[in-house]
Design a protein around this ligand. Structure first.
Ligand code: F6P
Length: 546
């Protein structure tokens, strides 16, 4: 263990009994000292079991792990994804709209002109579709976009389109099909018309079984519903890094939007993978999304660690996982339109840092990524918040809220006021808790008997002292959303540096893919080979009715 890690362990032992409520009572500046603004976002991390010393030690840990140098290496286009020998340059995708002087080169080549060229392609195409210039095979305008992709080729675009649904014009419908379960595709196809539907087949590799299966079925449906082979070009476009596979599938590469191997799948919504977003919300709004992320990138690249939002969010997370023993992290957006954010963050964080060997392949000696999960508030309050308040484990929560509702679609100010009140109340309740004395006083006031009070009190006590962060933005806009997503991307980067893992590969998804291919082949032939374990053999036999 490094010197900073050991110092943090001793510090943890020294402040084991820290009560956040006492810290607030003793320090009127705690909320100010443990909060900051960046790129239009406000982060309050004061409701964590930390002191000024904890913060200094965590920053020392980051420096000891070479965070600044590792961050600079990413921005410089070095091949930091060592197991795939690739640069990690999703930040360059946001530079196409940035006004900064920063250069983004991969292997000595400035990549920004390429990024801009693809953005222009996306702009032309999205305008044509939105303006009704791009016609279907009967001459009708496109009314429905169906994005077929999975993982990073689905979750990001889906999450953003949901978050910014108020930017989608009436009459334009955007659908996402990811699951290979035919029910997913069927559900969408039964609600659209072949004449007016555009399919975007989104796959970085263009080898993903689920996506190719869904795309093949969608094309068959199109041909069975009035389209001809010659019409496919008007209704199917592709987003990929693999032109050869796109051509083999039968999509004209003139209708292909490209990106590059230095864009990881879960970091790709900013690339042409965001085509469905650009069509849905318009290119101007898509560029605002990029601009918001670019602002957070510049903050991450230049702010000292003491005032660096992604670094601080990440380090507090490391404190909670590695020193307080948290094994999961709840994300609770108090914004219904962010309802897919937890699912998106699950891939971003868990596929990036869900690793158990370090960058040199040696077993980790500390815990890495916690389980990420969550649901929008206030719904979560009436489902799983019971466990957050009174359960046996400590589960840190990220509360995320916009101070103002979308001005055009605001129903009634009371909705938003109540939403915010609940958001703030939950973090307060988690931190302050309710003591046995307070419970007792309440029950006495209700004129309960001593016996009833004694029986009920333990059930009504809240231990409190449970950590949370609160992230606020003025309004949920493309710009603030861009900054929010980039914040979490960089948080993941920083945590990857501390845990010393490669945050940009995902070998752990491969074994299941390999085995599924073998099993699918056997199920297709109706045979079960002896190459499987007893349980799998029995399951396969059952599926085959044998
Ligand atoms: O299953 C893992 C994964 O490789 C993700 O990393 C990726 O986002 C997803 O599959 C989809 O991959 P592709 O865009 O190549 O179809």
């Amino acid at each position: 263990m490094s010197a900073a890690w050991t110092a943090l362990e001793s510090h943890h032992a020294a402040i084991a009994n820290l009560r956040m409520a006492d810290e607030f009572a003793n320090d009127s500046k705690r909320a100010t000292n443990f909060s900051l603004d960046a790129a239009g976002l406000f982060l309050d991390y004061s409701k964590n079991r930390i002191t000024t010393e904890t913060k200094s030690l965590l920053i020392a840990l980051a420096r000891e792990h070479g965070l600044e140098a590792r961050r600079n290496a990413m921005f410089a286009g070095e091949h930091i994804n060592t197991t795939e020998n690739r640069a990690v340059m999703h930040v360059a995708l946001r530079a196409g709209v940035g006004r900064g002087a920063r250069r983004f080169s991969v292997d000595g080549k400035d990549v920004v002109p390429e990024v801009k060229r693809v953005l222009e392609h996306m702009q032309r195409f999205s305008h044509q579709v939105r303006d009704g210039v791009w016609k279907g095979y009967t001459g009708s305008a496109i009314t429905d976009i169906v994005n077929i992709g999975i993982g990073g080729s689905d979750l990001g675009p889906l999450m953003v389109c949901e978050a910014l649904r108020t930017y989608i014009p009436q009459g334009l419908n955007v659908h996402f099909v990811s699951n290979v379960d035919g029910a997913a595709l069927d559900c969408v196809l039964s609600s659209v018309d072949a004449e007016t539907t555009l399919f975007i087949v989104a796959s970085k590799t263009f080898t993903t079984q689920e996506t190719l299966t869904n795309a093949t079925s969608a094309r068959s449906w199109f041909l069975e519903n009035g389209g001809t082979h010659a019409d496919v070009a008007k209704h199917f476009v592709a987003v990929s890094t693999n032109a050869a596979a796109v051509a083999k599938f039968g999509i004209d590469t003139a209708n292909m939007f490209e990106f590059w191997d230095w864009v990881g799948g879960r970091y790709s919504l900013w690339s042409a993978i965001g085509l469905s977003i650009a069509i849905a919300i318009g290119m101007d709004a898509f560029e605002e999304l990029l601009a918001g992320a670019n602002e957070m990138d510049e903050h991450f690249a230049t702010a000292p660690l003491e005032k660096n939002m992604p670094a601080l969010l990440a380090l507090v997370g490391v404190w909670n996982v590695n020193f307080l023993g948290a094994t999961s992290q709840c994300v609770a957006p108090y914004a219904q339109d962010l309802h897919r954010l937890p699912a998106y963050l699950q891939q971003l964080e868990m596929e990036s840092n869900g690793k158990s060997v370090d960058r040199d392949g040696k077993p980790l000696t500390m815990a890495s990524c916690p389980v990420i999960w969550g649901e929008p508030g206030t719904n979560g309050q009436h489902a799983f918040f019971q466990l957050l308040h009174q359960g046996t484990s400590t589960i840190p929560v990220d509360f995320i809220a916009a101070l103002h509702a979308d001005s055009e679609h605001e129903l009634d100010a009371s909705h938003h006021r109540l939403l915010l009140a609940n958001c703030f109340a939950q973090s307060e309740a988690l931190m302050v808790g309710k003591s046995a004395e307070q419970v007792r006083a309440e029950l006495v006031a209700q004129r309960m008997s001593e016996a009833e009070i004694a029986a009920l009190t333990p059930h009504k006590v809240f231990s409190g002292n449970r950590p949370s962060n609160t992230l606020l933005m003025s309004e949920l806009t493309p710009k603030s959303l861009g900054a929010l997503i980039a914040l979490y991307e960089h948080k993941v980067f920083v945590q990857g540096v501390i845990w010393n893992v490669n945050s940009f590969d995902q070998w752990g998804v491969e074994l299941g893919k390999q085995l599924a291919k073998t099993i699918d082949g056997e199920l297709k032939l109706g045979v079960v080979s002896g190459a499987h374990d007893g349980s799998t053999v029995a399951l396969m036999r059952r599926a085959l009715g044998k």
